[in-house]
Design a protein around this ligand. Structure first.
Ligand code: ADP
Length: 503
């Protein structure tokens, strides 16, 4: 095939005489190139030469009717059919392989035909001119390459001389004059064919040099394109990173704003909490100190007992307030940790139930207290923080007892997947709709029907909700004024031992 790189191929890389390239690869490629560029012109040349060869037969008819048979035989039986055969053959693939030797023979045969005519009629200049035409066609027209064309031309000259000397009516002058013309024509032909082939070969090299340069340029372009692609990719990536960084900073900024707002909010809440707390503490403290001062002035034993009772109640209230506050501050300080253990849930509900059977509110108001276990096994072992769960239950059931004057209180649980759902229902005083959403905030106390037996800290539900959140659960309330309330909460648990049929 064609050599890839032609940049090194110079004019010197070919033989000065045969004009062949030293590199056989290049020579083969040139032959292909030359054939592709020439075969159509060669084909047309054969057709035209055949026509001219036939047309000149008319001259035979006019000038040499006595040799018409021989001459026309040469023309129409040998040369013209040969020319036409080559013309026809040029349409087939095989032509590419044999075209140069073939047209070499055509040159010689056509030349020989005319040579014979010259030998028969040595004094007729028409045929000498005919041979000149054959030289012209052979050297420049039929695309025979320089070397073969030169050999064919010289062979024709040689044949002429041999035939003229041995068979013709020998007129050396005539032969000499003809030779002069023929040799001149052959020299001109050789010169023309030589230069034309050199320029063909140079063109061939040039074309392939250009092709090779183009290839180089294409490779460089490809490399550049790849580089540009890589750079673009890098730029895009950097852009994306920058955008991500910007987004990260924006979120960070927003987080900071939120954190700042939260800090401000919590600062406000803390101030409010402190104000509230001092108020809440001062009330029972005032009660204790006030009634302690009055003790000496009590006029009867009953009055003294009443004062002592008030002091004890206020003391208890103060204690539970301080306990709640301590719990809250532990939560806020992050000291309070959830510690899970496995225990029997049914034992816990039983314990809580028994505890509230003794509750003064339940006893005094004759409330019906009941509970229902969602899992009725003897044992239902779960894993969660037992202490916190008990505290939560006590807070909610204690509220139910506090805020129910008559009727019943029922608490129950059920298991949904790996969640424990508790419900505490009462038929108590209920909570107005507009207050329900603030119920779990600190110091939230609904100011309705508050009696001494309903004294509270307003912290119980806030603590309850915080505990539940810490344990991954939550709480909500459904309540209707004067009809009752339902507090329901859930928390995730691990179930250790359970008879599944009873769930
Ligand atoms: P407190 O110590 O005042 O009970 P909580 O945080 O436990 O504080 O409750 C907040 C407020 O929610 C109570 O003051 C009460 O007004 C209302 N509340 C809580 N539970 C019930 C209930 N079961 N029925 C009616 N009101 C309730």
């Amino acid at each position: 095939m064609i050599e890839d790189d032609y940049s090194h191929v110079k004019k010197m890389d070919m033989s000065r005489i045969s004009l062949r390239f030293n590199s056989s690869k290049n020579e083969k490629a040139f032959k292909d190139y030359y054939y592709n560029n020439s075969y159509k012109a060669s084909r047309n040349a054969f057709l035209l030469t055949a026509i001219l060869y036939s047309v000149f037969g008319f001259l035979d008819y006019i000038t040499t009717p006595e040799y018409l048979n021989i001459f026309w035989s040469i023309r129409f039986i040998i040369v013209v059919p040969f020319l036409l055969s080559v013309f026809a053959l040029s349409f087939f693939k095989i032509f590419k392989k044999i075209w140069q030797p073939l047209i070499f023979f055509v040159f010689i045969i056509a030349g020989l035909g005319i040579v014979i005519m010259i030998v028969i009629l040595p004094n007729d200049f028409i045929y000498s001119n005919g041979l000149l035409l054959i030289f012209f066609a052979g050297f420049v027209f039929i695309k025979l390459r320089f070397l073969l064309a030169s050999i064919a031309g010289l062979t024709s000259l040689f044949l002429y001389n041999i035939l003229a000397i041995y068979f013709g009516e020998v007129d050396i002058n005539n032969v000499f004059i003809n030779d002069l013309f023929f040799i001149s024509a052959i020299l001109l032909g050789i010169f023309a064919a030589y230069n034309s082939e050199i320029s063909d070969r140079k063109n061939f090299l040039l074309i392939h040099q250009i092709a090779s340069k183009n290839k180089d340029i294409a490779t460089i372009n490809k490399g550049l394109e790849k580089q540009v692609e890589k750079r673009t990719e890098l730029l895009n990536r950097r852009n994306e990173e920058l955008l991500a960084e910007i987004a990260r900073r924006i979120t960070m900024e927003q987080d900071l704003i939120i954190a700042k707002e939260k800090a401000e909010e919590s600062d406000k809440l803390k101030s409010a909490f402190l104000a509230n707390m001092s108020h809440e503490i001062r009330t029972p403290m005032n009660g204790i100190i006030g009634f302690a001062n009055l003790l000496e002035e009590a006029e009867s034993k009953e009055e003294l007992n009443e004062f002592i009772d008030i002091i004890i109640k206020n003391g208890e209230h103060l204690l539970s307030l301080i306990n709640d506050i301590i719990d809250l501050s532990k939560i806020e300080a992050g000291i309070l940790k959830i510690s899970k253990q496995s225990f029997d849930l049914n034992v816990l509900t039983e314990e809580v139930y028994k505890m509230f059977l003794m509750d003064p509110n339940v006893k005094d108001r004759n409330l019906k207290l009941s509970y229902e276990n969602g899992v009725k096994d003897k044992e239902f072992i779960i894993t969660t923080d037992r202490l916190r769960l008990k505290q939560i239950l006590i807070n909610i059931i204690n509220n139910a007892c506090k805020y129910t004057d008559e009727g019943s209180i029922e608490f129950s649980y059920e298991i949904k997947g790996n969640q424990l759902h508790f419900k505490v229902e009462d038929t108590g005083i209920g909570i107005p709709d507009e207050q329900q959403e603030y119920l779990f905030e600190r110091f939230m106390q609904v100011t309705l029907n508050n009696t001494p037996s309903r004294e509270g800290t307003g912290l119980g539900l806030a603590i309850t909700k915080t505990y539940l959140k810490m344990m991954g659960g939550n709480i909500k309330v459904r309540s209707k004024l004067n009809e009752g309330s339902v507090f329901s909460f859930y928390l995730p648990i691990e179930i250790k031992k359970q008879n599944l049929d009873n769930v």
